[in-house]
Design a protein around this ligand. Structure first.
Ligand code: SF4
Ligand code: SF4
Length: 440
């Protein structure tokens, strides 16, 4: 039986460039830029000033509100400035600029707990907030919030997401091969925090080596099962993963805890382990830097705040002039407008396209073939929604579930007339939110 969900697409994998490349530590650049907004939720507030000396791992901000986490310095050195800086969102975001002194003097603010099994759930939650943990699969939702479900929601299943279904990306694959013990311990910490007795690790079948490693490593745990799931995009999206592994359907507008599940990325589990056992805040992560035009694509361990340009240079530059840089994967990633944008906690990949590769075909009228409807994993009508938006009938799209769209891009990918369906949907969502705010 194939474990999967209904809908979805099969784009070329293109993982061959980096899947066998071990993770290499990228030396930190001379200047690091730490945005105060790296997660879903409120930006954090700076607690350092220009001229302050900081150590590696030192907290630079405090979180404002429940859905927020602090950021930390990824090098030791001096705060050169605090000012708006280009950000992946397309806007300029207040950021702490640090001049690296090259010494990597560590900060000892956070204690290490090798005996983590003696910690209480609240202590683990507190460490995850203190360490600035946010989901590392791309969404960057503060981990402490996921670990604190409402008391009315009973979670009985944790799913660790090792699907990595986006083409090109191999950061999670390499992490699973190189740090399986830490990931499994991180999963056990999540289970303990939520009082959950059952968990799954979902890995796409295009990573048989990772499936084998995890099956061997989890043999001694009765409550952890490793599941090989069908290779299909977007298999790693939370709702699709839950459906594939448990058969439970998250209702429209609902969240995983509505069906008793919590999903965490394998990178987040590793970061939780590092925070709890090593007292290490989240200040570095694995990034796949890839694309046919790069001379030497790599999986790099990168300090948060490193400008994208530095990663491209570390891959020996490109064969052809660069046409587009995408942060994330080709399906859900965001095209960057500047190569000085820094790596953040949710950056799983940097994808570089040449001018020729980035050249998009012209959009033509819809031919009502319904392919976009067939592949939509959320069972939406992307063609209908896009047409309403083109005609600026934004409000009506809510009846068609525009906010259930998870922006996977599958509809755009299959459209034979190259309609920019996802572009229209994003525009529609923005417009509806703007109008709602105006009314308020
Ligand atoms: S409508 Fe949204 S969820 Fe459906 S295929 Fe398009 S982008 Fe994905
Ligand atoms: S796939 Fe493209 S052409 Fe076909 S129905 Fe959808 S929008 Fe129209």
């Amino acid at each position: 039986m194939s474990i999967t969900f209904k809908g979805g697409i099969h784009p070329p994998q293109n993982k061959v460039f980096t899947k066998d490349k071990p993770i290499l530590a990228l030396p930190a650049p001379e200047e690091i830029i730490i945005p105060l907004s790296q997660h879903i939720g409120a930006p954090s507030k700076p607690i350092v000033e220009k001229g302050d000396r900081v150590t590696m791992g030192q907290r630079l901000s405090e979180s404002e509100g429940f859905v927020s986490v602090p950021v930390h310095s990824s090098v030791s050195g001096k705060v050169k400035d605090i000012k708006p800086w280009p950000h992946f969102s397309g806007e300029s975001v207040l950021s702490v600029i640090i001049e690296n002194d090259g010494k990597d003097t560590p900060c000892r603010e956070m204690p290490a707990h090798e005996d983590w099994e003696n910690l209480s759930p609240d202590q683990i939650r507190g460490i995850s907030r203190e360490a600035g943990l946010a989901g590392m699969g791309g969404a960057a939702f503060p981990t402490v919030v996921k670990l604190s479900p409402p008391p009315t929601k009973q979670i009985d299943t944790v799913i660790l997401n090792g699907a990595e279904c986006e083409p090109y990306l191999t950061a999670d694959h390499r992490l699973m091969l190189e740090y399986p013990d830490e990931i499994i311990e991180g999963l056990r910490m999540i289970m303990k925090t939520l009082g959950v007795e059952k968990s799954f690790i979902g890995i796409e079948k295009n990573k048989p080596d990772a499936i084998k490693v995890f099956k061997n490593k989890t043999e001694k745990f009765d409550n952890i099962s490793v599941i090989g799931i069908k290779v299909k995009y977007p298999q790693g999206a939370e709702k699709q993963l839950i459906d594939a592994i448990t058969g439970r359907k998250v209702p429209a507008g609902g969240l995983p805890f509505d069906v008793g599940c919590l999903v965490q990325n394998v990178g987040t589990a590793k970061a939780l382990y590092d925070a709890v056992v090593r007292g290490k805040p989240l200040y570095e992560r694995v990034v796949t830097v890839t694309g046919k035009t790069l001379n030497n694509p790599q999986n790099l361990m990168v300090r948060i705040g490193t400008p994208v340009r530095h990663l491209i240079d570390a891959c020996d530059g490109t064969k052809d002039p660069i046409g587009k840089i995408i942060m994330g994967g080709p399906m859900m990633g965001i095209a960057l407008y500047a190569d000085e944008v820094p790596i953040v906690k949710g950056t799983s990949g940097i994808l570089v396209f040449s001018v020729t590769e980035a050249d998009l075909p012209r959009e033509k009228p819809c031919i009502s073939c319904a392919r976009c409807v067939d592949v939509c994993p959320m069972k939406l009508l992307p063609n209908r929604i896009a047409t309403l938006i083109e005609n600026e009938r934004f409000q009506e799209t809510e009846e068609y579930g525009i906010f259930d769209c998870m922006e996977c891009g599958s509809c755009t990918y299959v459209c034979p007339t190259k309609r920019r369906l996802l572009h229209y949907i994003k525009w529609g969502k923005d417009e509806i939110i703007k109008r709602r705010n105006k009314e308020k």
